[in-house]
Design a protein around this ligand. Structure first.
Ligand SMILES: Cc1ncc(COP(=O)(O)O)c(C=O)c1O
Length: 218
């Protein structure tokens, strides 16, 4: 997933290429854990590519609400990482409360799959409200919703005006994104209420009209 666009990697094609050229495939599911696939189990699971992907890495710090990360791989590769991965060897292990919090996060994900469904419903709602307000919103594959406005100053001003209206919509500028594609990066979560999302889209629309990022008549 490219985390500024909410774009999903063409993993089937990558796996095909890897098998043609004998390469290993590692997938970073940092943005997909708890979000993509059945029960939020990630893109590899969604596409049924568990047998074709060598390593899945992820973070416990995003949807799972904890800290640290993980690598899912063969027992042999795990052994190699434990003995050779410098960040693992030369750092202190995760504190037990952090491990407990991560396991609790996983248990919530397993026991309450409706949270993932709510997340996607909220993302669709936010996209729909923005589109109804006159924004061109790409049909997204992820709950990350980029509102591209172009120039960096415009994105910053829009972000500040949205913030003044109670909406946290971060401005993302070059070099994080390509010149001319500065944007607000919105993220719908399962914890948002319908009214919050409607308010957010409305406030961003009002701010965009005020700064000239949207025509006043729309
Ligand atoms: C794609 C991707 N991988 C890995 C990470 C690292 O996660 P953490 O900050 O928990 O180390 C991030 C964090 O933003 C990310 O976006």
């Amino acid at each position: 997933v490219f985390s500024m666009d909410g774009a999903v990697a063409p993993l089937r094609g990558i796996v095909e290429l890897a098998s043609r050229y004998g390469a290993r495939v590692m997938v970073d599911e940092a943005h997909a854990t708890g979000v993509v696939g059945p029960g939020g189990r990630g893109l590899v699971t969604q596409l049924g590519l568990e047998e074709q992907v060598d390593v899945v890495i992820g973070t416990l710090s995003k949807a799972l609400g904890s800290y640290g990360g993980f690598a899912c791989c063969s027992a042999d590769l795990a052994e190699l990482l434990i003995n050779r991965a410098r960040p693992l060897i030369y750092s202190t292990g995760l504190p037990p409360p952090v491990v407990a919090a991560s396991m609790a996060g996983l248990a919530v994900l397993r026991d309450e799959p409706e949270i993932v469904r709510r997340l996607w419903a909220n993302a669709r709602l936010l996209r729909g409200e923005l589109a109804a307000g006159g924004f061109e919103v790409a049909a997204g594959e992820m709950p990350i919703v980029p509102v591209v406005v172009g120039e960096p100053d415009l994105a910053v001003e829009l972000s500040e005006r949205a913030f003044a209206a109670g909406v946290f919509a971060q401005a993302i500028r070059p070099p994080t994104v390509a010149p001319g594609t500065s944007r607000l990066r919105l993220v719908a979560t399962a914890a948002h209420g319908e009214r919050e999302l409607t308010h957010a889209a409305g406030a961003i629309g009002t701010a965009a009209r005020a700064v000239g990022a949207l025509p006043r008549s729309s």
